[in-house]
Design a protein around this ligand. Structure first.
Ligand SMILES: Nc1ncnc2c1ncn2[C@@H]1O[C@H](COP(=O)(O)OP(=O)(O)OP(=O)(O)O)[C@@H](O)[C@H]1O
Ligand SMILES: [Mg+2]
Length: 179
């Protein structure tokens, strides 16, 4: 086989949060040969985007950090490269099509509050009832541990989770076709 264009070995990327340091990517390895197309499939929040951001040197650091592992592009080690070296590599050699930018959610409010606000604007329910409804909506759109995710800010979610939250907010308005 040809020498890989990209070689990721035992990549571990962590995030420091209020509750401790957690790996978002834990010991990931793969190679991509020149001309090869690789698709990475995984459930929402499993670390696909964090893997890509790690390769591009675009992790929000802090709280994100490549804790260990190696990323070689055309034989050059990327982990530990300076910002200017990474920038020089990114332009001509590596591109990224980003997942939805943080447009529709307000970055300064917890997602739970944003869903609850929408429910309260549409239904004569108490705040506690609206919170229960919000948990149900997050569950319905496939977000795991919804009662915990309610207190996250948008930037703490994966892109797909943010898309799901936007769907939950749309459902909170009880459009006719889903009520
Ligand atoms: N800035 C951050 N602070 C804290 N945790 C984060 C941050 N960014 C991502 N995470 C966490 O890292 C994990 C992996 O997220 P990632 O965005 O890589 O998921 P993904 O596989 O791309 O999901 P999706 O299919 O929904 O796009 C998630 O649990 C997410 O909450
Ligand atoms: Mg993603």
């Amino acid at each position: 086989m040809q020498a890989p264009l990209l070689s990721v070995q035992a990549l571990t990327t962590t995030f420091r949060t209020e509750a401790g340091v957690f790996p978002a990517v834990d010991g990931l390895s793969f190679d991509v040969a020149p001309g090869e197309v690789l698709g990475i499939v995984g459930e929402s929040g499993s670390g696909k985007s964090v893997t890509a951001l790690s390769i591009l040197g675009l992790l929000p650091d802090p709280p994100g950090r490549i804790a260990s592992g190696s990323i070689r592009f055309e034989g050059h080690e990327i982990v530990g490269m300076s910002k200017s070296e990474l920038r020089a590599l990114r332009g001509p050699s590596i591109g990224m099509i980003f997942q939805e930018p943080m447009t529709s959610l307000n970055p300064v409010f917890r997602i739970g509050d944003q869903i609850i606000e929408t429910i309260l604007a549409h239904e004569p329910v108490s705040k506690a009832q609206a919170r229960q409804r919000a948990i149900g909506l997050l569950d319905r759109v496939g977000i795991a541990m919804p009662e915990r995710r309610l207190d996250d800010y948008p930037h703490q979610l994966s892109g797909g989770m943010r898309q799901r939250v936007m769907i939950a907010i749309a459902l909170a308005c009880s459009p006719r076709s889903v009520s």
